[in-house]
Write a protein that binds this ligand. Structure first.
Ligand SMILES: [Fe+2]
Ligand SMILES: [Fe+2]
Length: 318
């Protein structure tokens, strides 16, 4: 079997549609400026649209245009609010494919580094076992909220981080940054489940979160171990983790601000080996780029322009 595959080589059956993660990549570099966000999303509209065609997100694009991705990410998911059902399905689908990629990533790390310490390989094997259970749990949770596998496009951002050629970078990017993000999302979803009296979701999420904390801890411990005598390597691992975190703040949607769509799971992360200093830095990263208020204004402009454009198109057509 081949070692070190490219992320594009990740295999899927025909239920799955692949999507470029262009919105998250570009949002990470945006200034806090309404017009800049509006211009960007109008420019990448066709790419966003292409990722919705043939999926359950197609009617959302037709109604709201390219801003629908921002609407999905910018506001917290609250029971009974407009759009909650769709956003919950999208979130569950996103987690489901993330779990699949986490399983594949941990499996690759076991295979790609035959000379790594035995304990590292044992930890990666343990992680495969956990992620395989998570895939099954989220397949069921996706059905529980009315969704199905393959209904939305899959972006392979987690697997991309799992293709780094240094195991220290892999566990920094996957285990610390992205599974750290999973902890933030799961903690938020446990709160949502409590508010919705959804005990099945609450318990399943809590169960998976316990495993994810262990995986983040693997990341914290192995970054320290791999880099213990090599400050340069430690810096590379830290930079890779911060860059991954920056991409997945989703323009400040994941932050420590009041009312954030995805609050940072501070206590959980401390338990998993994040230092207070690292958490302060993560919160500061979340404060960079467009603010929630900027995003809100940009969404309003984008939706009204898109809907005005659609109305003209309809008039011309008739
Ligand atoms: Fe997982
Ligand atoms: Fe995990």
């Amino acid at each position: 079997m081949k070692r070190f595959i490219e992320h594009q080589e990740l295999a899927r059956d025909r239920r799955f549609i692949r999507q470029a993660n262009i919105a998250a990549d570009l949002l990470a570099t945006m200034p806090d400026d309404v017009n800049a966000v509006v211009d960007l999303f109008e420019k990448i509209g066709p790419v966003i649209e292409a990722g919705t065609r043939g999926t359950a997100a197609e009617p959302l694009y037709d109604r709201f245009g390219p801003a629908f991705t921002l609407m999905t990410l910018n506001e917290p998911i609250r029971p009974g609010e407009p759009g909650t059902e769709d956003r919950l399905k999208m979130r569950m689908h996103g987690i489901y494919v993330g779990e699949l990629q986490a399983l594949e990533g941990a499996g690759r790390s076991l295979w790609d580094f035959p000379d790594a310490p035995w304990e590292f390989k044992m930890n990666m094997a343990r992680q495969c076992w956990d992620e395989a259970r998570h895939v099954q749990i989220f397949e069921k949770l996706l059905e529980h909220v009315g969704g199905e596998v393959g209904m939305y496009a899959e972006s392979t951002f987690l697997f991309e981080a799992a293709c780094a050629d240094d195991p220290a970078l892999r566990v920094a990017g996957v285990n610390r940054a992205l599974e750290g993000l999973a902890c933030d999302v799961f903690r938020d979803n446990i709160e949502f489940a409590k508010q919705s009296d959804d005990e099945l979701m609450e318990q399943s999420m809590d169960y998976v979160l316990a495993d994810e904390l262990t995986h983040v801890r693997f990341g914290s411990e192995w970054v320290a171990e791999f880099c213990k005598d090599d400050p340069e390597r430690l810096k590379r691992a830290r930079d890779f983790r911060r860059e991954t975190d920056r991409r997945f703040n989703f323009g400040g949607a994941r932050s420590n601000e009041e009312g954030a769509a995805i609050p940072i799971a501070w206590e959980d992360r401390k338990f998993a080996g994040f230092t207070e200093e690292e958490l302060e830095d993560l919160a500061a990263l979340g404060g960079e780029g467009p603010s929630r208020a900027t995003m809100k204004q940009a969404i309003e402009i984008l939706v009204s322009r898109f809907q005005a454009g659609s109305a003209i198109d309809e008039e011309v057509a008739s």
